[in-house]
Write a protein that binds this ligand. Structure first.
Ligand code: AMP
Length: 266
């Protein structure tokens, strides 16, 4: 596996691969990699000859009060995991590579970013995501890019951006990878205490019960209110939302200072 530390490094490696007729898939991440990320690498390998994984904790998608400084940064571990997973290139850019002319963006997130879900609680988040992803796409010019359904609204926002900008990039969605208890893997799970982890592991079960309820004809609002009550009873400190959108149940809830998200198809 090759390591690219600058935009020029990455472009040199990718241009050489393209001259050999190879296709490229990009997997954008913020690092602290787990099996969810590695599943994206595997899926990317099935869709392209060369897989490049970027690791960049993107400041523009964090609000000032959020966990940008505290976000786990483990580049050495990540690099070893990516090599084992069969990635071809790890791209570890600095801010000067991604935001050479400042962090302002001409490109804003579209309608999918105005769904009264994540956007309601993180109003600047998707503009930051679109800002960084459009810049990564511009640098790497991949044939395909893989994003997890874990961040389902984000996946929709990126599909919309790619269509709106008419980019020749295939956006591939990857299923959510969960632990043995059904908890969706997340870099932020590392913030949880042992007690909070136990509670976190009930979120998927509550959502599954809600999916079953709705599929068997329960009234949506009542079923959602019941699921919210279950989360409160189980020990969640705050529920940002449980909602139905694009044939999915999506949820965000807090355990102490940690915000968890999850979603499931109906
Ligand atoms: P992040 O590093 O959190 O920005 O995530 C990078 C990519 O990995 C995003 O496309 C996420 O949706 C995806 N991802 C994160 N966790 C999971 C998971 N448990 N299963 C599948 N994909 C995931």
């Amino acid at each position: 596996m090759k390591t690219a530390r600058t935009k020029t490094d990455l472009q040199n490696i990718l241009n050489a691969a393209r001259e050999d007729g190879k296709t490229v898939a990009l997997v954008p991440t913020m690092g602290a990699l787990h099996d969810g990320h590695l599943s994206l690498v595997k899926l990317a390998k099935a869709h392209a000859d060369i897989v490049a994984v970027s690791i960049f904790v993107n400041p523009t998608q964090f609000a000032p009060h959020e966990d940008f400084n505290q976000y786990p940064r483990t580049p050495e571990d990540d690099t070893a995991k990516l090599a084992r997973a069969g990635a071809d290139i790890v791209f570890l850019p600095g801010e000067e590579d991604i935001y050479p002319d400042g962090k302002d963006s001409k490109i804003k997130a579209g309608a999918a970013a105005h769904a009264n879900l994540e956007d309601r609680f993180r109003p600047t988040h998707f503009d930051g995501v679109v800002n960084v992803v459009s810049r990564l796409f511009d640098i790497a010019k991949p044939d395909a890019a893989v994003f997890g359904e874990k961040d389902f609204q984000q996946l929709c926002v990126i599909r919309e951006m790619t269509e709106t900008l008419d980019l020749p990039i295939r956006i591939i969605g990857a299923p959510i990878i969960r632990d043995a208890h059904g908890l969706a893997l997340s870099s932020r799970n590392a913030y949880l205490s042992a007690e909070q982890l136990e509670i976190a592991r009930t979120l998927n079960k509550t959502l599954l019960a809600l999916v079953t309820d709705i599929n068997s004809g329960a009234e949506q609002e009542t079923a959602i209110a019941r699921a919210e009550q279950t989360l409160r009873n189980t020990g969640f400190d705050k529920i940002d939302y449980i909602a139905l959108w694009n044939d999915r149940i999506l949820a965000a809830a807090w355990l102490g200072k940690t915000r968890l998200i999850d979603n499931m198809a109906l």
